[in-house]
Ligand binder design. Structure first.
Ligand code: FAD
Ligand code: FES
Length: 502
């Protein structure tokens, strides 16, 4: 029987930190302990700042604990597109900053003796279809122009033929929690802290800034870094500039002689991302893909089934050891938003929109945010400025606005919903009902008890839908997720779904 748990969480110890049971004052409050929070806190402490990392749940159990952890600047196909959208100078900054992140990770591992299964390898984006060959050729040309270690390949170390591939040499793979946990453990002391179980519900910018938590305690700080994957406050409207997409992952056994040498991702849909990882005395394949807009996945479990069937057929994978799923936000102009939250915000910073490439972009974010807070010049700032406007990307913003408006208004007017009677909801299932105009989300647990909560998302009021793979209520507008009983799992929402009687 496979484990429904992230491979990375299942194969590493979880460091634990105290809850916030008193008010605290520091130089910088860092909200969220994923790769961005951990890296920002590390660099800020190195720069002599006192920091408080405030985590709603447990550290490194968000997206960072559920990634596939390829550490590469080869982000499927991006460089030809970036040159077209932003020009060559900015595309080069993207390339250089992500390559620099690889170097930062390697350097930290060496300096601090981090044992995180760090392995140098090549990364490939390939196609099995003639249609994408020209795009691969353009990407190789663009990447080489930007100084990246890129080459063209017509075969790669996969057990099926490819038409073309772009490969980057000297990239890395690692165990993300084994890399980041020691960094977080080094934060407490000399006026700095890490807190778990402290959900932030409000952030007030001022002198000082005030960060309020659900438990009633406050952190005051000169500056606040909001590192919650998508900001949990609406300043800057990042939820309208980045799209949430869920992806599915498996760790699968494969005969040793069939383990492919390198990290691979294909162009086009469905995406299949492949790497390997040590697991005890053997090696497993880490597979991810089958992405879809959050809240719109249909029968979610089928995504795992399709991924597994593909890995068995094309890679010779055998048993599933771990299965998990997660989501990330895709920036509409393809470049993450890293910096001051709004043009007028001088003490509020954030980072989001990593488009499923946050291992390097998260390190870029940590470095850049620490430099901005400490007024240290950083050449990457203008590219990642959250307040930029990229005219060539406007059609994507219009499409997203249309999608969200349709979900917000259309779903409210819809009647009938998922089933006729709450009593008809099967064990383990969930459905939304219209009860005299009030949309109610009903779940039946394995013991047969019904749980009813408002189906209206506490972020901006869209109607949530049932995710049968994770047993959660997911919002199709901006990706907030709630447990079967309404607790917040993922932002931008910060407050639970209201209980309902049925
Ligand atoms: C399927 C998939 C595969 C991926 N594979 C790769 C890959 O191979 N390589 C790569 O580079 N990238 C990959 N990524 C992307 C990468 O994993 C993410 O971009 C990155 O982990 C995001 O880190 P983060 O710090 O922004 O978010 P998180 O790790 O989610 O950290 C945010 C933290 O904030 C906390 N938080 C949220 N709300 C609050 C609140 N109100 N108060 C306090 N704390 C709060 C959360 O609990 C969480 O711990 C993948 C993404 C997906 C979806
Ligand atoms: S996440 Fe914005 S309305 Fe639900």
């Amino acid at each position: 029987m496979d484990r429904h748990e992230s491979f990375w969480i299942g194969t590493s110890d979880s460091p634990s930190f105290p809850t916030l049971d008193h008010d605290v004052q520091v130089d910088v409050a860092v909200v969220g302990a994923g790769i961005v929070g951990a890296m920002a806190a590390t660099f800020l402490k190195q720069a002599g700042k006192t920091v408080a990392v405030i985590e709603a749940a447990r550290v490194l159990q968000g997206v960072t604990g559920h990634t596939t952890a390829k550490v590469t600047s080869l982000h499927t196909l991006i460089y030809d597109d970036l040159i077209n959208r932003f020009g060559e100078d900015k595309a080069r900054l993207y390339a250089e900053s992500n390559q620099a992140a690889i170097g930062i990770i390697a350097q930290l591992c060496e300096e601090r003796g981090l044992e995180c299964e760090l392995t140098e390898t090549s990364a490939y984006t390939y196609t099995v279809k003639d249609d994408y060959v020209a795009k691969i050729e353009q990407e190789v040309t663009a990447a080489q122009r930007l100084g990246l270690p890129a080459g063209y390949h017509d075969e790669v170390a996969l057990p099926y033929p490819v038409k073309a591939a772009v490969g980057f040499a000297k990239q890395l793979e690692f165990h993300p929690r084994k890399f980041l946990a020691p960094l977080l453990s080094a934060i407490p002391g000399d006026g700095s802290h890490v807190f778990e179980g402290a959900r932030v519900i409000d952030i007030e910018e001022g002198s000082p800034c005030r960060v309020s938590t659900r438990g009633g305690h406050t952190v005051t700080a000169d500056d606040v870094v909001v590192a919650t994957n998508i900001p949990i406050i609406n300043k800057g409207l990042f939820f309208a500039r980045a799209e949430p997409s869920r992806g599915y992952a498996l760790a699968m056994d494969v005969p040793e002689e069939r383990v492919p040498d390198g990290m691979f991702i294909n162009v086009g849909a469905p995406t299949h991302s492949v790497r390997r990882a040590p697991f005890g005395d053997r090696t497993v394949l880490i597979l991810a893909g089958e992405g879809h807009h959050t809240g719109e996945g249909g029968n979610h479990r089928e995504h795992w089934d399709r991924l597994e069937a593909w890995a068995r057929k094309d890679l010779g994978a055998t048993e599933v050891a771990y299965r998990w799923s997660t989501q990330d936000y895709y920036s509409l102009d393809r470049v993450p938003f890293i910096g001051r939250m709004t043009p007028g915000a001088s003490h509020l910073y954030t980072a989001t929109g990593f488009s499923a490439w946050g291992m390097t972009n998260g390190v870029v974010a940590g470095r850049l945010l620490a430099d901005l807070v400490t007024d240290t010049p950083n050449a990457w700032a203008e590219l990642y400025d959250p307040n930029r406007i990229n005219v060539k990307s406007l059609p994507s913003f219009v499409r997203k606005g249309g999608h969200d408006a349709k979900r917000l208004v259309g779903d409210r007017l819809k009647s009938g919903f998922d089933a006729d009677q709450p009593n008809a909801v099967a064990a383990g299932a969930g459905a939304v009902f219209d009860v005299n105009g009030d949309k109610v989300a009903v779940h039946r647990d394995d013991e047969g008890a019904l749980h009813a909560v408002s189906a209206t998302c506490t972020h901006l009021g869209c109607i949530v839908s049932w995710n049968d793979a994770e047993r959660s209520w997911d919002c199709p507008c901006h990706g907030s997720r709630f447990s079967a009983t309404g607790a917040v799992l993922q932002g931008p929402a910060a407050t639970p779904l209201e209980p309902r009687e049925i």
